[in-house]
Design a protein around this ligand. Structure first.
Ligand SMILES: O=C(O)C(=O)C[C@H](O)C(=O)CO
Length: 273
């Protein structure tokens, strides 16, 4: 199943009802046992998906009809983060083991499937013009960038997996995981946007009763979304993206667009919000 969402204009956010905001920017219901569920957004043509293998069967990544392709990665590259228990990503039948919050990059042209009851694979894809191979990223072996401060309740560790020069090369995709420290609540504070890319956050590790208050929109007219575990938010290039959790959490960030320079972001001063 693949849902298609259109690109949106910044001014429409100010007057949108809560239901309209959620329909346009919140992605829920991605994870269902034995299925691959996907959303195609026309914002930089990113695809987000959840793949949940059940039993011992391999679960193949389908060539969803809206792609009009013989197979999913015919004209695309893929990032994978396992947000569940241990499992395998099969790339052209070769197995790669991924533990919780480990990641993988799969380049143009390859066939992908997933295996492992208990694993939950979050997938992000962008259009691609050349093959950048296959790579696995282990959170335990990745040196994080430490950000934030205790007085602002924003201490967090940012694990960069695919992030442009210095990281594994890609056509467009950038991908990583940020883990909020115990006792901190804020991600991406102070916030930013990046005019040259779309970014998507998938929140994970939240307990059932907790939520993240995710802030979006143009800096001087922000709105918010309440987001639960396993839900994602699409941030078009004009939108700030930041959030505060009511409990501990992590999130997967992924970007696609004009460049692969992680540092190409436009900071927004708190006074401008
Ligand atoms: O907590 C943070 O700060 C982030 O993780 C920021 C994201 O990586 C991001 O928004 C990159 O543009």
């Amino acid at each position: 199943m693949m849902e298609v969402r259109q690109a949106t204009a910044p001014a429409s956010v100010e007057t949108a009802t809560n239901a309209e905001l959620r329909d346009r920017y919140l992605v829920d219901g991605l994870f269902a046992d034995g299925e691959v569920r996907a959303v195609y957004t026309h914002e930089d043509r990113m695809v987000l998906a959840g793949a949940v293998p059940a039993g011992d069967e391999a679960l193949a990544l389908p060539a969803f009809e809206p792609l009009r392709a013989a197979h999913f990665l015919e004209r695309r590259e893929l990032g994978v983060i396992n947000v569940g228990g241990p499992g395998q990503v099969l790339v052209d039948d070769a197995p790669y083991e991924l533990g919780t919050l480990d990641g993988a990059y799969v380049g143009l042209g390859r066939r992908v499937a997933f295996r492992g009851a208990g694993a939950r694979f979050y997938l992000v894809s962008a259009t691609a013009h050349t093959d950048h191979g296959v790579a696995v990223f282990r959170r335990g072996e990745t040196e994080p960038v430490e950000l934030g401060e205790q007085r602002g309740a924003s201490v967090r560790s940012l694990y960069r997996y695919v992030w442009g020069p210095g990281g594994h090369p890609s056509c467009q995709l950038q991908l990583g995981v940020t883990v909020i420290a115990e006792g901190s609540v804020w991600n991406t504070m102070p916030p930013h946007r990046h005019d040259r890319r779309t970014e998507v956050y998938l929140y994970t590790g939240l307990s059932d009763g907790d939520r993240v208050l995710h802030v979006m929109g143009e800096p001087d007219r922000t709105r918010h979304l309440w987001v639960a575990d396993g839900e994602a938010v699409i941030s078009p290039s004009w939108s700030v993206h930041a959030g505060a959790g009511t409990g501990s959490y992590a999130f997967v960030w992924a970007m696609a667009g004009e460049n692969t320079d992680y540092g190409d972001l436009d900071p927004v001063a708190l006074e401008a919000l």
